[in-house]
Write a protein of this length. Sequence first.
Length: 467
Amino acid sequence: MAPASLEVQGRAHPVRPSRQRPSLRSIGATGFFLFRVAVVAAFIAWFYLRVLSGAMSQRIPNGPPTPRLRGVRTLTFAMLVIALATAGTSTVAHQRAADVESRPKVVVVVGPVGQRTAEYEAEGRRLAAHARGLGAHVTGIYPPRATWSRVARAAQGADLFVYLGHGNGWPSPYPPFQTVTKNGLGLDPYEGAPNSAHRYYGERYVQNLRLAKDSVVLLVGLCYSTGNSEPGMVIPSRNVAEQRVDNYGAGFLRAGARAVFAEGFGDSSYILDGLFRSDLSMRGIFWSGWRATNVDASTFRSERTRGMTGILDPQLDGDYYHAFVGDADFRASHWRGETKPNDEGDGGRDDGPPQRPPERPDDRPGDRPGDRPGDRPGVRPGDRPNDRDERPSDASAEPTADRRRTTGHLHLRNGPGSSERILGYVLRGTQVLVLETREQDRPPDWLRVRLPNGSEGWVWGQWVGGR
């Protein structure tokens, strides 16, 4: 954990104005537009009183208009046309600006991660597209242009800040603790940098991002942010995991965020759905995810940010890929600016975890809008593993079933081969039913498996244990 001198005192979280009301920015734009119209109208009135009246005085009684009078009329007509056109253009521009202002601002940042950069970028773009579909104004920043200057500029006023990439947290095997590179973002060191190069911008930078007040941060695929370790390292103790989650969220909470979600890998769009479409608390959104197990979950009081709460929900194998730190009672409607947040706790309904992990019998491909093939790219909820039900749906029909456990995190693909489409993810420690083996010239083989939730696909046999 960070030294006591780095402990952060609580910060006030002012209530965000309702998005249904005009903001100060839009009110200012309206006033400036009306001021311009008034100036044009005053000039036309002066023109009529001074110039046109002078021209009329030179008109020959009962005679044709003088050339000067005809020119004045033409010029006046042209000025009226220009004034009306300007007013119409300004109105359209103002309406567009007000529309953007009324929508939540989402910023998606993907940092370089070497050979996995394309995979991370694809997931980031999918989350960005999902946010647009929910009505957000989205800005995406991807390698090789994910530099600190671009990220800091785009993040100003962000209501939801999403980051996918490398993570560098604390405690770690790389002492000492410091905030220059730890607990932040791994970004391109310069525009056009190769995917193998990255630079860490730690908590000291992150706390100055100037996010919107009461914003939400989503961290996906980082080491340390969920309490996890780097690949190949031992699973940390619960105390170490708590410190990592607490430390990683501290800078974002100081930057204006009210909640920080951290996901190890896989589809995190359920968090966006909860923010845009529900009135769940942040705790309720956390427990609504497909990754939630509630087998050995725990909560802790943040030592870095006063008044905030952390949640750890370890996987069945004991590793940490699902965590939260922030105001767990803060509700999605508060985030949308529809209701006033209660800074002293939410006395409403409890959105905590269910008494037992919820069964999802309808979570199959094609059962719900958006789950049918072709509805949206990427990982589908029905294709994800569900470690809660250890019995295959038709186990009784296969008395000689070949059941095994995965020894690593795997992609579930629609065919035997690394080039086949990814259907979902299989957590380490998941019990699978092997249906078919596709032998390769050199081991390991590809296995067609059925997951506990009934979905099927192919996995690489390297990380599937024996019977």
